[in-house]
Design a protein around this ligand. Structure first.
Ligand SMILES: *Cc1c(COP(=O)(O)O)cnc(C)c1O
Length: 458
């Protein structure tokens, strides 16, 4: 019999070396995928190699193609790093190799999902009777929540979408803010609702849905309706007005879904919780763990206020499946059947931070975003375009779109930090997201200096 632990010591040594130089390695990758293929590719190996040799070769070949996205100066997309406890817990998950679908397969995984669910609902200020599914990301969470929404709004008309599908069903009115995240539209496509059927509700200068426009749209038609609101605009960090939107949804019996992939975490800090006021009145919420909670990829939560709707949409049953009465079967809340014990790193992250630590992480990153905005606002001709209410900063450098594109490329090449661009009000702008537990004020200053150097060159 082979040594089960062969390779683990090698992997641990490589992981330690990577993490020890994470703060100082250039943030961008040094090669593209072709550079990695050249080293790791070739024909299918005819004969095997021992685990340590495989790990050595894998690490050597992959390293130049790695992005230091879990490091403290990656400000692109909304990424987040890996808290030490969450990373270590993730290793344990792989060592345990539990199939976390059913209680019978892992009472531990069932219990940890239950505990973590309760902690999350407490941290986020959501109804403690809600159900939580641990999915792969915001995409999976939006899809799961909207599947529950589709089930519930059709059930109110007497239609069972689980049994009969959408053919012949009453049509559902979908309403999204103009700034809804792309994954909402993918979810609508997957669910047979269609991306273009959604009515786009007007948004204000920060990307917030106009509640009056939503009310008018709801009043202008009949039938089942689903409204997708947002906690944390991916460009500006802005929050929809949940209390007013919830009023409008209640008046028309519409399901209110909130995409809070990163922004819902604002609820966990007294410094930002006012931004989420009223969000607890929604019917479902999508929130990532791998972004702002700094859990390693991948992990997110699909939260539904009505567990029956959640299970009706996602539940799995079959004659050969062992169901222990009264026990949680994790698969009933997610699209997957077999899956890893994805809640375990989330549990470890929350336990290592505590309520106070989560609040501190959120408020610290928000303060750092303001610090970055203040520094960049002082560059000659530069404009900060958003109200920096959260962790997102939009900056426009002088010289037009081409100059801003060139600046983004120069910043990425320089390697001190990494940020991307986006289009805001038809202009190309720099976009910064601060969402890493390890980012220091010194990292902000050093990055602002690098951005200033790039701006000076163009
Ligand atoms: C990141 C993000 C998503 C998608 O989340 P993934 O984890 O990438 O699947 C959805 N909505 C918003 C607002 C996001 O920021």
């Amino acid at each position: 019999m082979g040594d089960r632990t062969a390779g683990l010591a090698t992997a641990a040594a490589h992981a330690r070396a990577f993490l020890d130089q994470l703060d100082e390695r250039p943030v961008a990758a040094r090669v593209d995928a072709a550079g990695v293929r050249d080293v790791l590719g070739g024909p299918l190996p005819e004969h095997g190699e021992d685990p340590a040799t495989v790990i050595d070769a894998l690490v050597a070949g992959a390293d130049p193609g790695l992005v230091a996205s879990s490091g403290p100066r990656h400000f692109g997309f909304v990424i987040g790093g890996a808290l030490p406890a969450a990373l270590a817990a993730d290793w344990v998950v792989s060592a345990w190799d539990q199939c976390a679908a059913f209680h019978a397969l892992s009472p531990a995984a069932a219990a940890i999902e239950e505990i973590t669910s309760a902690w999350l609902l407490d941290l986020l200020g959501l109804p403690d009777t809600s159900s939580v599914g641990f999915v792969t990301g915001g995409q999976g969470a939006n899809t799961t929540c909207l599947a529950a929404a589709r089930h519930a709004v059709l059930a109110r008309t007497g239609w069972d979408v689980g049994k009969h599908g959408l053919m012949g069903a009453p049509s559902i009115r979908i309403m999204c803010g103009e700034q809804a995240h792309a994954t909402i539209y993918t979810a609508l496509r997957l669910l047979g609702l269609g991306a273009d059927t959604a009515v786009r509700i007007a948004t204000d200068d920060q990307g917030r849905m106009e509640p009056d426009a939503l009310s008018a749209a709801l009043a202008g038609g009949e039938g089942p309706a689903i409204v997708c609101a947002q906690a944390g605009n991916v460009a500006t960090g802005a929050f929809d007005s949940f209390a007013r939107i919830a009023d409008a949804c209640a008046a028309h019996d519409a399901w209110l879904h909130v995409d809070g992939a990163f922004g819902l975490w604002a609820a966990a800090s007294p410094s930002t919780s006012h931004l989420t006021r009223g969000v607890e009145r929604a019917d479902s919420w999508a929130v990532d763990a791998h972004k702002w909670l700094n859990v390693p990829y991948d992990g997110a939560m699909a939260i539904v206020a009505d567990p029956d709707a959640h299970v009706a949409a996602m539940g799995l049953a079959g004659p050969y499946l062992v169901v222990d009465p009264g026990q949680r079967n994790n698969t009933n809340y997610v699209p997957e059947s077999s899956r890893r014990a994805r809640a375990v790193p989330v549990y470890a992250a929350i336990r290592s931070l505590g309520r106070a630590g989560v609040a501190d992480l959120i408020s610290r990153n928000c303060a750092q975003a303001r610090r970055m905005a203040d520094r960049l606002a002082r560059l000659p001709g530069a404009d900060v375009l958003n109200d920096v209410v959260l962790n997102q900063v939009l900056v426009r450098l002088p010289g037009g779109d081409d100059a801003n594109r060139a600046a983004v490329a120069a910043i990425q090449r320089d390697g001190t930090c990494w940020l991307g661009g986006t289009t805001w009000n038809n202009e190309y702008v720099l976009r910064i997201s601060v969402s890493n537990w390890a980012t220091t004020d010194a990292d902000i200053d050093r990055s602002a200096d690098a951005i200033a150097r790039a701006a000076g060159q163009i």
